[in-house]
Design a binder for this molecule. Structure first.
Ligand code: ATP
Ligand code: MG
Length: 759
């Protein structure tokens, strides 16, 4: 195992236990070194598997690492703590829920849940959401937590910030009342638990003698503090990373941690790896050339023994649909050549791009799997089902309560819910806790819902997880509801897929070392370490474990297990992975680099690092694709080529389509199909129907109201305007409206209180 390594890799693997930093570029074997070192530490007798704590960047990476270690040596990987920061913190908090001040069955809010909870909070407290937009509040709260700051610690110099801090405090109280934690809270709680509770801290400090961290460049301030705390008892931290691949600054990642770590811990123990084993020459040289446009790098150059290989293929198509179609045909050719589907990846900068590609793949019958991104667990019907399951685990989870109390409809109206909310506030309870205080018919409907949840929890107590999930989906009336819906078939299929996901989870939990069985109270700790043994209950029911998994790993399980599938993901999700062939799509200004990033140098440099990550995922073949016009967020935009294409030397590129014929339009300019017949009008294939002012039949029915492009409408808050685009049907119908006073807005027709005033 060690003989296969090159000399610097070998040196890193076999360092005597001490802090060390491996600083090296993409594909140079950092992850391999880290995995091999774990095996080496165990085999050389420096530690038992229990003494290892390894942090990976994704759950997928954690699984792979477990698999690799399990393949090298016959040990019980369940006992090892290998996972993401969030996964490990979850495990810690589950084990010590009481000391952490949490209910045993606490639920995890993903970022969409969190946003919904914030909206609810703002509303309940009469906060003006124009002045304090929910997303800004969310960013403020998460940003504070990532710096380790509770409301009392945040400095507030002006009234605006003071109010933000108040909202933060209210939000905390709400979460505590409901027994839920968001992602940032997982980290902060776990940090506080360790820093405040001496016996627990000492226990883990003695237990984990070796802390290994992959993708160290993307740790945030709090994660780094958490690591330092754990290592405080003399453990050795072995970190590997690449400053050129730091791509999570927007979520608080602090590449400065690398320099700090070197100064504080790893002085004189920095190992550089320069040989790349992943990519052929053209690909590697292109990546090196591109990243050299960034300033302030720690500096390293990669070389390879492999030959130049093929040039990078660049394909430009007139529309995003044509781009997707081209990719699908190329994929078909690759598969016909005998390539495995899971060795082919399609990457994109923004999630919104995936739909068109998914659609093209789906229509061609090519199996694909979406990682992260368009998350299975974030789909409406899945969230509904999970909300029932969550309520069964924790009836005080108000977010879930609000989601399904009247879904499927059971006659519980807005007024009743308002009353319920008022009562809950008055008596400072959860919504469920206030049910008995609501009078009349509304109150009895609520009580009936409450009893149904109780009944479901009772009935399913002894059921294996997949049966439990199936039972609840059925009994809650979700299947029956979607059967009535014209477009419900997909949703029912997804709900069935959730049952499969539960089955797969139960089967996989063993391998992952997640608690999957009955509630257990057992002792965990290195036997050699008996005096500090602590009573730890890793007491998660299978359901709670599954719900944590659903929140933490949104999206990972949607493909059929074992099916060979094309891999779709954002570049962010592709970090650390490698594929024989990679399609990097949407190489357009405004999309990549993303328009939000182009104002600042730092933003642009982060985009360039993303591009570097994208290029270096490919082993043999890389495609860069772009479209001259693209439908995004319901608008057609005309695109210029990404500047990154110009930053790769021509000798590495091979243009497959002629270069001419790109309309020179500012990248940020967007036009509606509806805006008339300009020279760039495109075929009516997008999400939004084209304007057809003369044909009144192109409208959308919502309830009994027909909406059409060109119609004059009135909104209670935005005033008068004209519909300029329509999309979707039924509950999903949306309209793009040009308001006279407030500009364009996209509104959901099912909920917006619109009055048709003309046309
Ligand atoms: P990234 O920065 O993208 O995370 P990395 O530095 O972690 O990359 P690895 O994923 O560990 O790189 O390795 C890249 C590829 O090179 C893997 O397929 C790995 O098995 C292979 N590899 C690494 N070292 C060697 C070696 N000494 N001999 C042969 N192959 C190697
Ligand atoms: Mg790696």
């Amino acid at each position: 195992m060690i003989e296969k390594l090159n000399p610097p890799q070998r040196q890193a693997v076999t360092l005597e236990p001490s802090h060390a930093l491996v600083l090296a570029g993409a594909g140079s074997g950092k992850t391999r070194v880290l995995t091999t070192r774990i095996a080496w530490l165990i085999q050389s007798g420096y530690t038992s598997p229990l003494g290892i704590l390894a942090v990976t960047f994704t759950n997928k990476a954690a699984r792979e690492m477990m698999g690799r270690i399990g393949a090298i040596m016959p040990i019980d990987t369940r006992a090892m703590w290998v996972g993401t920061f969030h996964g490990l913190c979850n495990r810690l908090l589950r084990a010590h829920f009481r000391d952490a001040g949490l209910p045993q069955s606490f639920q995890i809010l993903d970022s969409a849940d969190q946003l919904a909870a914030i909206k609810r909070l703002l509303k309940a407290n009469g906060v003006d959401d124009e002045k304090y937009p929910p997303r800004d509040v969310q960013r403020f709260i998460n940003g504070s937590k990532e710096e380790g700051l509770r409301p009392g610690d945040v400095e507030a110099h002006d009234s605006f910030r003071r109010r933000m801090v108040e909202i933060y405090a209210l939000y905390e109280a709400q979460c505590q009342r409901e027994g839920v934690v968001d992602f940032a809270e997982l980290l902060l709680r776990a940090y506080e638990l360790l820093s405040r509770n001496e016996p627990i801290r000492t226990h883990y400090q003695r237990r984990f003698r070796h802390i290994l961290v992959d993708e160290f460049q993307d740790t945030n301030v709090l994660q780094y503090r958490w690591l330092r705390l754990l290592a405080g008892g003399g453990a050795a931290i072995f970190a590997v990373g690449d400053d050129d691949q730091s791509i999570y600054a927007f979520r608080g990642a602090n590449v400065g941690n690398m320099a700090d770590f070197e100064r504080e811990y790893a002085q004189g123990k920095v190992i550089r790896l320069e040989q790349n084993y992943r990519s052929f020459g053209h690909i590697l040289d292109a990546a090196n050339a591109l990243i050299s446009h960034n300033d302030g790098r720690l500096g390293k150059n990669l070389w390879t023994e492999q030959d130049a290989g093929e040039q990078i293929r660049v394909i430009e198509q007139p529309t995003d649909q044509a781009e997707a179609q081209w990719i699908v045909e190329e994929i078909r050719a690759l598969v016909n050549e005998g390539r495995e589907r899971h060795e082919i990846a399609v990457l994109y900068r923004s999630n919104a791009q995936s739909r068109v590609i998914e659609h093209a793949l789906f229509s061609s019958g090519i199996a694909y799997k979406v990682y992260g991104g368009l998350r299975f667990f974030e789909r409406q019907e899945i969230k509904h089902a999970l909300a029932y399951l969550r309520l069964m685990a924790n009836i005080n989870d108000d977010t879930s309560w609000m989601r399904v109390v009247n879904f499927p409809p059971r006659g519980i109206g807005a007024r009743t819910l308002e009353q319920l909310g008022d009562q809950a506030r008055t008596y400072d309870t959860s919504l469920a806790g206030a049910v008995a205080r609501v009078p009349g018919k509304g109150g009895s409907n609520l009580a009936q819902f409450f009893r149904m949840i109780e009944r479901l929890a009772d009935e399913t107590r002894a059921m294996p997880l997949p049966f439990l999930v199936e039972h609840v989906i059925d009994q809650a009336g979700l299947i029956a509801h979607y059967q009535l819906d014209r477009e419900g078939a997909d949703r029912i299929e997804n709900l069935n897929e959730l049952v499969n996901a539960a089955a797969a989870f139960a089967a996989e939990a063993d391998m992952l070392g997640l608690p999957s069985g009955e509630v257990v109270a057992r002792q965990v700790g290195d036997p050699a370490d008996a005096q500090t043994m602590i009573e730890v209950s890793e007491g998660m029911t299978p359901l709670t474990a599954f719900l944590s998994h659903a929140s933490l790993e949104a999206g990972d399980n949607q493909a059929q297990a074992g099916e060979d599938a094309i891999q779709l993901m954002t570049i962010h999700a592709a970090k650390g992975l490698e594929f024989d062939a990679v399609f990097m799509t949407g190489m357009e200004e405004g999309l990549f680099p993303h328009e939000n990033s182009m104002l600042e140098q730092t933003g642009l440099e982060e985009e360039r690092r993303l591009m570097y990550v994208a290029i270096t995922r490919a082993r043999e073949r890389l495609y860069l694709t772009l479209a001259q016009s693209r439908m995004l967020h319901g608008q057609t935009r005309y695109c210029m080529r990404s500047r990154f294409l110009g930053e790769v030397p021509d000798e590495h590129l091979k243009w497959i389509t002629p270069r001419q014929g790109i309309p020179r339009v500012l990248p940020t300019e967007t036009r509606w199909n509806a805006s008339g017949s300009d020279a760039f009008a495109r075929p009516a294939t997008g999400r939004f129907a084209p304007a057809a002012p003369r044909s009144s039949s192109s409208g959308v029915m919502v309830g009994s109201q027909q909406y059409r492009v060109g119609q004059g409408v009135r909104h209670p808050r935005f005033g008068d305007g004209t519909i300029i685009g329509l999309a979707g049907t039924g509950l999903d119908a949306q309209a793009q409206i040009q308001f006279r006073d407030v500009g364009q807005k996209t509104l959901a027709l099912g909920v917006a209180k619109l009055e048709v005033i003309a046309g």
